[in-house]
Design a protein around this ligand. Structure first.
Ligand SMILES: [Mg+2]
Length: 240
């Protein structure tokens, strides 16, 4: 197996669902919103979910493939518009409530800090390439306490490109001054992180925490069950 046998000079990390478990965080945010829509506008849980989905679909249709397509503020505003309610303060406080609940639930996977410390010790540059708006991604990086480990963060809001576009991955390599072939790209999404990593000629690693084995070498990428396993792979690469 030729790939991942050489020490990388840089790694590019995905953020959402790679550094922490996305579903419970998003669920906590949604529950907070649901409670607010019930308390303020007497919406049942089922009507809230329908309204949220419709608003989300509308925003995604308008802004598909851009950072705004993920904007919770736009989803909430669209929901208010559909209810024909114009309350700027509430729109903003509902958005804050979503993110407050989200951040309270968001916990970094415990095997990430030791992995990042190992990268730091070996002077490997670390970038985060992620789809969403810059402000919230910066807040996540701070909240997860990974800011001191990373050299670069690049979001789709800044570039106008979303995964699986190769653009942001290429740009991150350029900004770190490292060729893609000496870069490991690590993410959870086989439809978005993987084709981009292959496309720029980097080494793709898919983290799959429900994998039944610790590592599986596929023809074009490595699939592993944890960052502890990636630490082992990195140590093996150092020795070879
Ligand atoms: Mg992800």
């Amino acid at each position: 197996m030729p790939y991942l046998r050489k020490k990388p000079r840089a790694i590019i990390l995905d953020l959402d669902n790679t550094l922490y478990d996305y579903a419970p965080a998003h669920q906590a945010g949604l529950s907070a919103l649901q409670n607010l829509f019930k308390a303020e506008f007497n919406l049942t849980a089922a009507s809230f979910i329908r309204l949220y989905r419709r608003s989300r679909r509308l925003v995604k249709k308008r802004f598909g493939g851009t950072a705004l397509s993920h904007s919770r503020l736009l989803y909430i505003k669209a929901a208010f518009d559909e209810l024909r309610i114009n309350q700027p303060r509430r729109i903003l406080s509902f958005e804050s409530a979503y993110w407050k609940a989200y951040f309270r639930q968001m916990k970094i996977y415990r095997d990430i800090p030791p992995f990042l410390a190992l990268m730091k010790k070996n002077a490997i540059a670390v970038a985060i390439v992620s789809d969403l708006t810059l402000r919230i991604q910066l807040e996540k990086v701070i909240h997860l306490k990974v800011d001191r480990f990373i050299r670069l963060i690049l979001t789709s809001e800044e570039t106008g490109f979303e995964k699986p576009s190769l653009n942001n991955f290429r740009q991150a390599c350029l900004m770190m001054d490292v060729p893609p072939r000496l870069t490991w790209v690590i993410g959870d999404d086989k439809a978005r992180d993987l084709p981009a990593a292959i496309g720029i000629g980097a080494w793709p690693v898919i983290i799959n925490r429900s994998l039944r084995r610790r590592r599986v070498f596929h023809p074009e990428f490595l699939e592993i069950d944890s960052f502890s396993e990636l630490k082992e792979i990195f140590k093996e690469a150092l020795l070879s």
